[in-house]
Design a protein around this ligand. Structure first.
Ligand SMILES: *Cc1c(COP(=O)(O)O)cnc(C)c1O
Length: 363
């Protein structure tokens, strides 16, 4: 708190991203980045954009990539909005659709950035409880509200909704915006993008940070009715007309068009997720059914806090959230096959040490 701060700055509890260590030698399974780099096609496109033209502003309306995305989805450019990472789009969306309205509904356990958006724009919120299996009950997202936000798959649980469930939410909220955050959809869930022509209250947000291996480039997109895209554009042009630099536009377009690389990376992550999930279940972990590039796990005996610390000692970073309902759980990104194997070796070691300590105590 400083005497120079505005009242709103004083109320903020900003989002805290997972640690980005400065040393390279960690097995980094804490922020759901892709374990595989972008394709040569993408790197070449970025290199190609490095030229004397950096003295020019980029295209403020990002027409080329919006056209390319629209074509790939069978939609129009007017259905597509792009931003500097999907977090920027989420922030604009809270401002554009939910501020000055009744409370916005989102699940009790979900991406905590939504809370930060609410605080920044003074948006009221109503958190909807998950069931005992950490599932979203879509029938609870009805009644008077200023809008609905659901991550599909949800984070950090990894559990996905089916499209008929998304449609239930859309139909019970016809007069407010329903935002579906599909940061992890490419790892096995169904995208609501195909519902866009039918529902004028739907906005779907995706990111290139996870399934397209470009967290460092910062690129996200939103798909929806042109009226919703217009609202986002009005907010964007009142905030920063040039959120995407020339290199990001070039790299993201190449990534969007390189469907072969994208499919290959997603399939690899999905295969390793299933190997990692079974191996951890064999070690007695509870593993929620994940449709994302991470798994959410809890051990019946060893606390999440202890696992976090012991894994870190062995050079492996995973994510723990300080929230009462999920304090026993860890979110672990699916790494390369070798990284998954290293994680399993470390966990075996930690769990054996634990039972040794128990034996000692009983003697
Ligand atoms: C990672 C993530 C995002 C944000 O991604 P950007 O890097 O800002 O594009 C948005 N929503 C969820 C649920 C995420 O996990």
């Amino acid at each position: 708190m400083s005497r120079f701060w505005s009242p709103v700055v004083d109320t903020l509890s900003p989002y805290v991203p997972g640690e980005q260590p400065t040393k390279e030698n960690f097995v980094k399974l804490n922020t759901n980045e892709s374990p595989y780099g972008p394709s040569d096609h993408v790197l070449n496109a970025i290199h190609g954009a490095v030229s004397n033209n950096l003295r020019r502003y980029p295209d403020p309306s990002a027409d080329a990539i919006r056209q390319s995305i629209a074509k790939g989805l069978g939609l129009e450019k007017s259905n597509i909005f792009v931003g500097n990472g999907s977090d920027e789009i989420l922030s604009h969306a809270f401002n554009a659709f939910f501020s000055g309205k009744p409370p916005v509904l989102f699940p009790e356990i979900t991406y905590s950035f939504y809370h930060a958006c609410c605080q920044l724009y003074g948006v009221r919120k109503k958190e909807i409880p998950l069931d005992m299996y950490f599932r979203i009950d879509v029938h609870r997202f009805e009644g008077v509200s200023g809008g609905v936000v659901v991550a599909n798959p949800n984070a950090p649980t990894g559990i996905a909704l089916e499209l008929p469930e998304i449609e239930t939410i859309l139909r019970s909220n016809p007069d407010v915006v329903v935002l579906v955050d599909e940061a992890y959809v490419d790892f096995g869930a169904s995208s609501s993008v195909n519902l866009v022509p039918q529902y004028d209250n739907l906005i779907v947000v995706q990111t290139f940070s996870k399934s397209r291996s470009l967290a460092g480039l910062r690129f996200g997109m939103a798909v929806g009715h042109p009226d919703l895209i217009d609202a986002l554009t009005r907010v964007k042009d009142s905030f920063n007309s040039y959120p995407l630099d020339s290199l990001a536009l070039a790299g993201a377009q190449a990534a969007w068009e390189d469907t072969v690389w994208f499919e290959k990376v997603c399939q690899k992550v999905i295969a390793d997720r299933s190997y990692l999930s079974s191996a951890m279940e064999e070690m007695d972990f509870k593993v929620l059914p994940s449709s994302a590039n991470f798994i959410f796990v809890a051990h019946p005996v060893v606390s999440a806090q202890r696992l976090l610390v012991e894994l870190r000692k062995r050079g492996i970073l995973v994510r723990h959230f300080n929230d009462e309902r999920i304090k026993d759980w860890l979110r672990i990104s699916v790494g390369t096959t070798n990284e998954c194997a290293a994680l399993l070796v470390a966990l075996k070691e930690i769990l054996i040490t634990k039972s040794d300590a128990d034996d000692g105590a009983h003697c």
